[in-house]
Design a protein around this ligand. Structure first.
Ligand code: MV4
Length: 447
């Protein structure tokens, strides 16, 4: 096993990886920008290296500094966390070229899934259900018109380099298509420097349900069930839960098996998430994420599997510590992403945390790297913690969430805690009766 791992990230996820390493007897190296010298991940790591100024492009995204930090500290492997360099295939290649181990999938799979057209084709070939649409990219408006007529309106024009909703335009009728096609192209070119687009049937009110998969280097593959991430605002998930209130055990087993089989066919390595839209009892592949996800704890809570420990073991060539048959789903887990943001306007609220009190008790987990007196820098994303609750069923989990939210105190800055206190009391949320547009409709209704 590795003796020393470098963690190429910050905040709660750097701490999450550090915790897994410590429990495996592995020493940790933190890297940090000058803005993060007092950060929790730096204080807890066995060693730390300052890799540059506050701007992420000059520190957490600066590959030469990170490789150098690994070399001077003698780290054998690099865990990228999520965001930053976690889905950068070139980084994964460079890490390996320096004789270090990238704790993640193969660079080729990162590259494949980064191209949404190629990813969709690979998913379909491997047996995953996809959204009806164009067979590959669409070059001209004329072609788009023909294809849209065949699949039927409404259609969605999507960017091949997309993800996160940029370069995505709905056309409700043939009259809309010309504008949707050209704006999607222009947005894609501006955002990604690549204006390749493709067409899909537009699903009106689906849920976002994603399957957690895991594969070792000996050919073992398993799925760890689904997460329902439908409650989101501007493509930022804010509430995730497992299992999905919309699925029964037979549906779970079916989509899980289809996904695991496809992942095996692709020769994938490590942890990954297959995102589906779910509408009227059917699943439609949209994308695959080749990283550990923010919301991984809800899966950990209902399966008892430590996903980061498994990632590290897999990177070291070990076998999965379980088989599919060992995976049982226990109860229900809900995660709230607590952001340093105004709960009404969602404007970022960096600053000094005055008082901090973490909730506790049975079934409560708080993944956070904040503390009283901590100065939240303005340079990075606004996530300051994830409150995860686990209960024997959804009602117990929801009651526990309300209780934990009432215990939690963060003062000195604005946080989204008040929003979660309201959401946890909403009828549709309590009933699990929501879809990907529910939250934005709810927030618009009160303005
Ligand atoms: C869709 C869709 C409806 N129909 N595809 C948004 C981001 C990108 N990853 C995929 N997205 C969507 N693709 C078809 N054919 C609706 C969305 C979508 C969405 C998906 C998941 C979670 C939140 C969303 C919010 C708006 C739109």
């Amino acid at each position: 096993m590795f003796e020393k791992v470098l963690i190429a990230n910050r905040g709660e996820i750097a701490l999450r990886v550090h915790r897994a390493c410590k429990e495996m007897g592995i020493a940790t190296v933190a890297v940090h920008s000058t803005a993060d010298a007092n950060a929790m991940h730096v204080q807890l790591a066995d060693e730390s290296v300052c890799i540059g100024p506050p701007q992420a492009t000059k520190s957490y995204l600066h590959i030469p500094s990170i490789i150098t930090a690994a070399e001077i500290t003698g780290a054998q492997a690099i865990h990228p966390g999520y965001g930053f360099l976690s889905e950068n295939a070139r980084f994964a290649d460079i890490v390996e070229k320096h004789g270090l181990v990238f704790i993640g999938p193969k660079a080729d799979h990162i590259r494949l899934m980064g191209d949404k057209i190629a990813a969709k084709k690979a998913a379909a070939d491997a047996g995953m259900p996809i959204v009806p649409g164009s067979d590959g990219g669409v070059e001209t408006e004329d072609d788009a018109k023909k294809i849209a007529k065949k699949i039927g309106y409404p259609v969605l024009v999507k960017a091949a380099a997309g993800g996160g909703g940029r370069g995505m335009k709905v056309a409700r009728t043939a009259d809309d298509l010309s504008e949707a096609f050209s704006t999607a192209r222009a947005e894609a070119r501006a955002a990604f420097g690549d204006d390749s687009v493709y067409l899909e049937k537009y699903l009106e009110r689906p849920r976002h349900i994603e399957i957690q998969i895991i594969a070792d280097s000996h050919g073992a593959v398993a799925h760890l069930g689904e997460r329902d991430c439908s409650l989101q605002r501007r493509h930022q998930k804010i509430w995730e839960e497992a299992p999905s209130p919309a699925l029964n055990p037979d549906q779970r087993a079916e989509i899980g098996e289809i996904t695991a089989k496809a992942i095996k066919k692709l020769g994938y390595l490590g942890v990954g998430t297959v995102e589906y839209l779910y509408e009227n009892g059917k699943f439609y592949f949209i994308e695959m994420n080749t990283r550990l996800q923010v919301e991984h704890p809800v899966t950990e809570m209902i399966t008892g599997v430590d996903l980061v420990r498994e990632q590290i073991r897999i990177a070291d060539g070990a076998r999965l510590s379980f088989t599919q048959k060992d995976i049982k789903f226990h109860g229900c887990a809900i995660e709230c992403r607590i952001n340093a943001e105004n709960p009404v306007t969602f404007a970022p609220s960096p600053g000094r945390i005055a008082d901090y009190h973490a909730p506790g008790g049975l079934g409560v987990r708080l993944d956070s790297a904040i503390y009283a007196g901590y100065q939240i820098p303005p340079y990075y994303d606004s996530l300051i913690g994830k409150l995860i609750v686990h209960g024997r069923d959804r009602m117990e989990s929801l009651m526990r969430l309300r209780r934990a939210l009432d215990e939690m105190v963060v003062t000195g800055i604005d946080t989204t805690l008040p929003l979660f206190r309201r959401l946890a009391q909403e009828g549709d949320v309590a009933n699990g009766d929501y879809h990907i547009h529910w939250l934005e409709q709810y927030l618009n209704a009160e303005r």
